[in-house]
Design a protein around this ligand. Structure first.
Ligand SMILES: Nc1ncnc2c1ncn2[C@@H]1O[C@H](COP(=O)(O)OP(=O)(O)OP(=O)(O)O)[C@@H](O)[C@H]1O
Ligand SMILES: [Mg+2]
Length: 298
């Protein structure tokens, strides 16, 4: 028998589920911070491209000449740490130099340990990338609270939008921010209330389909409109997005991005529009001074 929720069924309440944002911010405030800018890549939804975008952002920043430290907060999967280990192996095997971040897997759960680790890995870095596991946890909330920039990849579908916004299932009318967005904003508000720097939040659609020739599908257009309505309400910016590309998966296994192709003689003639997408990602993150946009290989 289908169970229909009553009209007055309470919505998920951030304050009553998971650790309260007041407690989260209280736990990190006043602790030492590294000078590096902290970028957390987080979405409670799994499999949306967090590790993929964390990796691409880290390599793009290294490619632009910055010192980068990556902290993998997913000790079960260790996706980004493993990819960076593959990168080291690829560089060794091909005897080439690949600009790379340092990388560490974080295996603890306390906010104090996380702050200590950030200071340890960040003292010589310009940027720290946090690859946050795809579930809600006290550690994920602390990573979000510590972030100067929060990068949230999202697959371009209403199914994946439902932790960010609630929409009428038939008309797609916006009903309001959903659980993850409310939790992020309670943390952001509390940071500002306690005198900490705010968090710049950017949502980046991932695995976009349909090339420039065909233009976006009807579903894609609905999704884009919904995200555009939600952005000012939930307080995030929207990035231009990453396409669905087999090459992103395959190069990931070698620890490479398209920005590395000119450095790898065997792959140098691989042709793709991906480098522009990676440059757009970095530009949309608004981390670099305007005149320092990354060079896209021809
Ligand atoms: N733009 C893309 N094009 C093609 N494949 C992609 C793209 N982005 C991600 N993928 C693939 O989707 C899968 C999930 O990506 P990824 O591991 O980055 O997600 P995640 O959000 O980190 O997942 P988790 O929540 O499990 O940590 C991987 O197989 C990855 O290679
Ligand atoms: Mg991951």
């Amino acid at each position: 028998m289908a169970i229909t929720p009553k009209a007055d069924t309470p919505r998920r309440d951030v304050a009553n589920e998971g650790e309260h944002p007041l407690v989260v911010v209280h736990d990190i405030i006043g602790r030492s911070r590294p000078k590096a800018r902290i970028i957390a890549v987080a979405n409670e939804k799994g499999g949306v491209g967090k590790s993929t975008l964390a990796f691409h952002t880290a390599i793009a920043l290294c490619d632009a000449g910055y010192k980068v430290a990556v902290l993998d907060l997913d000790p079960r999967q260790q996706s980004v740490a493993r990819t960076l280990a593959f990168r080291e192996a690829t560089a060794k095997r091909l005897s080439i130099n690949l600009p790379s971040p340092t990388h560490t897997v974080f295996r603890h759960s306390s906010g104090a340990m996380l702050c200590q680790e950030l200071v340890r890995i960040g003292w010589q870095a310009d940027y720290i990338l946090l690859d946050v596991a795809g579930s809600d946890s006290p550690l994920a909330r602390r990573a979000i609270a510590l972030a100067d920039t929060l990068l949230t990849p999202i697959n371009a579908s209403f199914v994946d939008l439902d932790l960010l916004g609630r929409f009428n299932p038939t008309t797609h009318e916006l009903l309001g921010p959903a659980f993850f967005a409310r939790m992020v904003n309670e943390i952001r508000d509390e940071k500002v209330r306690r005198g900490m720097n705010g968090t710049d939040w950017i949502v980046v659609p991932n695995r976009l389909r349909g090339g420039a020739a065909k233009g976006p599908s009807v579903n894609q257009q609905r999704f884009d409109a919904a995200l555009a309505h939600l952005a000012p309400v939930a307080g995030f910016r929207i990035g231009r997005g990453m396409s669905e590309r087999v090459a992103y998966r395959e190069l990931f296994l070698l620890g490479l991005t398209h920005l590395d192709l000119p450095r790898v003689p065997q792959l140098a003639d691989m042709n793709s529009a991906a480098p522009q997408e990676i440059a757009n990602l970095l530009e949309d993150l608004a981390l670099l001074p305007v005149q320092e946009k990354i060079a896209v290989p021809a």
